[in-house]
Unconditional design. Structure first.
Lengths: 287, 287
């Protein structure tokens, strides 16, 4: 079946091959089962993939396929029923400052100003720093997302896009080895989303950050990702339950220096987009 | 908005003066009938009636103080609030200080017990269920019902009063703290986890500020109840305090002083509530 898929489109390859490659982050045989009674009905099972250093990987799939659970397991906030995750050949056992998380709901503390929200993270990372050091670092990352004028405002005084920028600045400020983004732009309007996508891409390219991101937006995935994981939902087929899995890995063939405005003029863009949309429409649930 | 406040102020004044007017009219001396009484009586008969407490020469009043008497009494108390003429005759400020000290001590003790305990109960679903039946049974008990037990075990009326304040303040604070801590948003805790924040810092810098508005609400309710209960408690234990003052003036049949004390209790209660409202405002955050 895998070879069939691979034959149909040149940009697809089997995820199995990837396991043998030396990766920065390795996910092996991950599964999660929320059901408390037998028979087991894992939401997803046998999820394996790797992420190389400096790579931007997006995962796309319908609601309920377990994307967020995978991200939470990667973050150490949730535990998998089976499987292992290794980062730089060390197994992940819990949350760590080495993996920064940007939450969908931005998760800023509303009683703290932008400055203090980020300082909270910075102090967590470097407990021994003087307040001047912390402040300089905070200001640097606030400037990076263009929020210097709003640095002493509370989150309630900011727009949705600005809040998400603070969330991104907070995640970058601890200089983690990799970033996990859980649909960071899901709640934003299209215009704001576009602007922040550009900003995020610029920052990621500049800092060579390794990123794993969940999205629902096909264009967002094509713009940002080097590789896109297509995930299918768990389905019942004639009484036989098939858990969700990573059905396909798509390598983004577009040049890395792409822009949102010029994206749809690039050769190969429509083939890629059609392929992903077809997957979501016809195959993501039909297993 | 300003004009609304102004109008409301005017209506308040109107209500106040109407009330004073009704009071004035209701306490007007009833003249006419008794004045004619002395005419047909012999000296012995007048003497006899005076002996029976029915002075035919005097004008009959309802016994309720008039506005003039009230004003004199208030002025007398306010102009000399700190006098001390022995155990049964102290100035209003001295009595208030005793009451406030008892309420303050009992309330502080309740804080020391309820906030940390509520924290622990709020954090642990197990303890929450374990403590629930005790809280449900103990909460509706009138604090004064503890008085005999307190007097017997503590053997000191003043400390028993403080204990009664403690026991009535502890429940709203405990319940609100537990509720506030239990309903801290998962996402803030997740942020703290991914930043590897240690438990103490998490408790003081994430959970406490997040739950602070709810905790303060509990404290405000507690303070309201404590101020209600102190009056009754001091009537029981006697000696000092605003409650004892009310009871003592009732025994003196000085209704003016009783009314004055009622007024003072109301104003002090309002000020205490205002103070807590300010504190609440200081810790409330907008999401």
């Amino acid at each position: 079946m895998w070879s069939e898929l691979a034959a149909r489109t040149p940009i697809t390859r089997s995820p199995k091959k990837e396991n043998t490659m030396q990766g920065f982050l390795k996910i092996e045989g991950l599964s999660k089962d929320f059901s408390t009674t037998l028979p087991a009905r894992p939401v997803f099972a046998d999820v394996s993939f790797t992420i190389s250093k400096g790579e931007f990987v997006c995962i796309i799939g319908h609601s309920g396929c377990g994307k967020t659970t995978i991200l939470n397991v990667l973050a150490g906030l949730d535990s998998a029923t089976a499987g292992h995750i290794f980062m730089e050949n060390r197994e992940i056992g819990g949350p760590s400052l080495e993996r920064g998380v940007v939450f969908q709901s931005h998760a800023l503390m509303p009683w703290l100003t932008v400055r203090k929200n980020i300082a909270f993270a910075v102090v967590s990372r470097w407990a021994g720093w003087t307040s001047a050091q912390v402040n300089a670092h905070v200001e640097k990352f606030v400037a990076m997302v263009g929020l210097t004028p709003a640095i002493d405002k509370k989150p309630s005084q900011l727009s949705g896009g600005m809040k998400q920028r603070v969330g991104i600045a907070r995640a970058f400020a601890i200089q983690p080895k990799m970033l996990l983004l859980d649909e960071p732009f899901g709640a934003l309007d299209a215009l704001t989303r576009g602007t922040i996508q550009d900003e995020l891409m610029a920052i990621v390219r500049e800092t060579q950050q390794t990123v794993f991101m969940i999205t629902h937006d096909v264009d967002e995935a094509i713009l940002l990702a080097d590789r896109i994981l297509l995930m299918s939902n768990g389905t019942d087929n004639d009484g036989v339950y098939a858990p969700g899995r990573i059905a396909e890995e798509v390598i983004n063939p577009l040049p890395r220096e792409r822009t949102r405005a010029g994206l749809h003029h690039l050769p190969g863009y429509y083939e890629l987009r059609n392929h992903i949309v077809d997957f979501l429409v016809t195959r993501a649930k039909a297993h | 908005m300003k004009s609304l406040n102004l109008k409301a102020g005017l209506v308040s004044l109107l209500i106040f003066f109407t009330f004073l007017g009704i009071w004035y009219v209701a306490t007007l001396p009833v003249s006419g009938t008794p004045a004619a009484g002395t005419a047909g009586l012999s000296a012995e008969q007048i003497e006899y009636q005076k002996m029976m407490g029915k002075d035919p020469g005097s004008t009959k009043t309802t016994g309720f103080p008039t506005l003039g008497q009230m004003g004199t009494a208030i002025w007398k108390q306010v102009s000399n609030p700190l006098y001390d003429n022995g155990p049964n005759d102290k100035g209003i400020l001295i009595q208030l200080a005793h009451s406030l000290a008892r309420v303050g001590l009992g309330f502080l003790l309740a804080c020391v017990v309820a906030v940390p305990l509520g924290f622990v109960i709020g954090m642990s679903p197990l303890l929450r269920r374990a403590f629930d039946p005790f809280i449900q049974v103990l909460k509706p008990i009138s604090p004064l019902a503890w008085m005999p037990l307190a007097l017997y075990t503590i053997k000191d009326s003043s400390i028993s009063g403080i204990f009664v304040i403690f026991i009535c303040s502890v429940w709203p604070m405990l319940i609100n703290t537990a509720f506030g801590v239990a309903s801290v948003k998962r996402e803030w805790l997740n942020v703290a986890s991914t930043l590897e924040v240690n438990p103490m810092r998490k408790a003081f810098q994430v959970i406490l500020p997040a739950a602070a508005p709810t905790i303060l609400t509990g404290m405000r309710i507690s303070m309201g109840i404590a101020w209600l209960v102190i009056v009754a408690a001091e009537m029981l234990v006697g000696g000092t305090g605003i409650g004892y003052f009310v009871w003592n003036e009732w025994n003196n049949l000085s209704l003016t002083n009783v009314i004055f004390a009622i007024l003072v209790i109301g104003i002090v209660g309002m000020l205490l509530d205002l103070a807590f409202a300010q504190l609440q405002k200081a810790v409330t955050y907008v999401e």
